[in-house]
Design a protein around this ligand. Structure first.
Ligand code: KG4
Ligand code: ZN
Length: 320
């Protein structure tokens, strides 16, 4: 058994996990800071970093205890090196370095975006090649995963990420943070044909969501209160999911993919999953909801399959 301890602190979840052979979770612990940031309408980086510092040692201890594993049984210590908030990343990296030094284990730097994709490897037999749609709060990318070493971004957003669009639209509708789950729930009760919101017009496999956010804003300016929140949510969600699904399927066809993999926080979206399952020409993989948003199990899985050992002078990289 090759087991990695992984630490994830890229944004507002403090998480630690131990995963065997990249597929089997021995423990996965998460403390979310959502309730702390909710009153600000989004993540406050300074507060997030301080909260990680308060929690991260405890969460790692808990993950080790729950997995009933001793340091000498670990193959390495993995940490999220980025992208993310610099201050929060530094807290996880510092603990990972300390433990790697203390326990004389390899230190492994993991890319957070790749980690989201490896959430799909847990409890499955998934292998490349595949086309991945990565939709998180900070990124929206279509990736061609030809093999473990040939990984190419073939499309990405030119402005807002899909999750960011959800969060911004939720804020302008006065719905709170994070916007994705709230809009997803309201959309189920609404009429998605009530408003005709535009899909961003960009070529190839790229996306644009900032025009859509402005279209929702302009629409609300024309409406009397109370706004038909459910219809606005359903029409907005339809526009986001339609373009994501259409371009992912186009990419799968172009690259003759035999599998489509959905990843990132927005992969929890009900309509996105349903549409992809309905329209995809090939099998679709997506993680359980608990592994869509930030967690450390996905970081341990990526450490096993693709990530590289680094020296104790390694650092972090911030959101690009
Ligand atoms: O991957 P993630 O946990 O963090 C980043 O790496 O950014 O993604 C968080 C994003 C947030 O923007 C949140 O609104 C969105 O995922 N999200 C959803 C849903 N659940 C979370 N978006 C749409 N539908 C959902 N059900
Ligand atoms: Zn994430």
């Amino acid at each position: 058994m090759t087991a990695y301890l992984a630490i994830e602190t890229s944004c507002d979840e403090t998480a630690a996990a131990i995963v065997a052979d990249g597929r089997k979770i021995l423990s996965s612990e998460i403390v979310s800071q959502i309730d702390i940031h909710q009153k600000f309408g989004g993540v406050v980086p300074e507060i997030a970093a301080r909260k990680h510092l308060e929690t991260v040692n405890f969460i790692v201890d808990l993950a080790m205890q729950k997995a009933s594993i001793k340091p000498e049984d670990l193959a390495g210590i993995a940490y999220t090196a980025g992208p993310g908030l610099v201050g929060t990343l530094l807290t996880g990296m510092s603990l990972a370095k300390t433990l790697a030094w203390l326990w004389e284990l390899p230190l492994i730097a993991v890319d957070h975006l790749q980690a989201h994709i490896f959430a799909n490897f847990i409890d499955t037999d998934l292998e490349p090649p595949f086309i991945a749609l990565l939709v998180s709060g900070g990124h929206t990318q279509i990736i061609h995963f030809a093999s473990y070493t040939e990984i190419k971004i073939i499309g990405e957003t030119r402005d807002d990420a899909a999750g960011e669009a959800y969060d911004k639209v939720a804020r302008l509708l006065g719905l709170g943070y994070p916007g994705g789950p709230i809009i997803d729930k309201l959309a189920a009760e609404g009429n998605d044909k009530a408003f005709n919101f535009p899909e961003g017009q960009v070529s190839g496999f790229d996306f644009s969501f900032s025009g859509l956010k402005t279209a929702v804003l302009r629409q609300t300016e024309k409406l009397n209160k109370p706004w038909p929140i459910e219809d606005l949510a359903a029409s907005f969600q339809k526009a986001v999911t339609s373009v994501l699904v259409r371009k992912t399927i186009e990419a799968a066809n172009e690259f003759k993919a035999t599998k489509i993999v959905l990843a990132g926080g927005v992969a929890a979206n009900r309509e996105l999953r349903e549409k992809l399952l309905e329209l995809s020409p090939c099998p679709v993989y997506f993680p359980p909801i608990s592994l869509c948003t930030d967690n450390a199990a996905m970081v341990a899985a990526a450490a096993y399959f693709v990530s590289k050992p680094v020296g104790l002078d390694a650092t972090v990289y911030s959101r690009s």
